[in-house]
Design a binder for this molecule. Sequence first.
Ligand code: SF4
Length: 256
Amino acid sequence: MKPKKRLFLGLSLFLFGIIFLLLLLLAYYLRSPEEPIFRFPIIVAFVCLMLLALAVLASLGIIIFILIAGNSISVLNRIVEKVVVFIFPFILHLGKFLHITQDKVQRSFIEINNGLLEARRLKVLPHELLILLPHCLQKDTCPHKITRDPFNCHRCGNCPIHELLSLVEEWGVKVRVVTGGTLARKAVEVLKPRCILAVACERDLTSGIIDSFPLPVWGLLNERPYGPCFNTFVSSEDVEKALQRLVKRRYVNVSV
Ligand code: SF4
């Protein structure tokens, strides 16, 4: 298991520890000889925390099993993904509290998400896959409006869009270049994909994965050699590797 995945799992275990401590405190309070005030709300909180603790612990065990075995347990997969999405904001806060950068926690979440998706061995038809690309991949000086139609690109080769469009044509998948979450959501609403391959920074990828749930999203981080949101880069080899995982090969248009 890659160290990146371990961070999310370690923080989840830490979260479980905190919930467990809270449970012990509440149990001690409820069992005190004097009649506790707010007895009923405390019992409700106790039950909710106990369910959360069980969900976190069970999900942790299942995630570790899935990631090591490389096989998903279809009935449990959805529940585990739901728990991961639910606890993610807590994990993020916990990371902040422990002085772990937000980027690191988000990267770990993306790795876990991709690992779970890979274990599902989900393969869709080319037209069922949507590639979402961030606008910042386009060269800043390029005058062509590719957010309206990516194929407005003149294929000059000055930015990664050129090679990515060749992949889109070769694999027969759909593609949109988006400037943010609103356009991405709109593209998903209109194109109704069964699976998304999203390229973005840590923050946009995590929010995209969470917003799109239960729609599966494979996350691919872009490189930012000039800082955020400016002339970013993604390797077409990495995009192709993701396509090989997600798209049924026999349906790929090999004539292009
Ligand atoms: S490859 Fe396309 S999008 Fe990129 S700079 Fe050239 S014309 Fe513009």
